[in-house]
Design a protein around this ligand. Sequence first.
Ligand code: RB5
Length: 142
Amino acid sequence: MLALGCDHGGYPLMKEVIDYLEKNGIEFKNFGTFSDASVDYPEYGKAVANAVAAGECEKGILICGTGIGISITANKVKGIRCALCGDVFSAKATREHNDANILAMGARVTGAGLALEIVKAFLETPFSNDERHIRRINQIED
Ligand code: RB5
């Protein structure tokens, strides 16, 4: 199960992401927001990060205007490795190297076509399970 969250700045892109997930039969739990009315991104960043950290959802996608505020928020939660990505290479690498469990994107930065390729790479790329990457990930939490 995938956890979704966005603020008003991320809402237009989140609609595109939801459309992609539905077309591809990918299950998700949407923590909002559900309109383009102004809201505070930490509420949604925390909701998704807590769901992933608790194991309620395996991974998450967070979107705000830049992706910055909502990714900073998510990374405050223990066990969360939230990667702000604006390219496919980074989305693939952060899964392989960092075992990132939340993808963040900026709706005012990244166009929908690229964003959906980033989502696909993030969801389809497995963690490498290499010893050196496991060691480094463990050091993040130390
Ligand atoms: C909202 O205007 C905007 O500040 C927010 O979406 C995000 O970009 C914050 O980092």
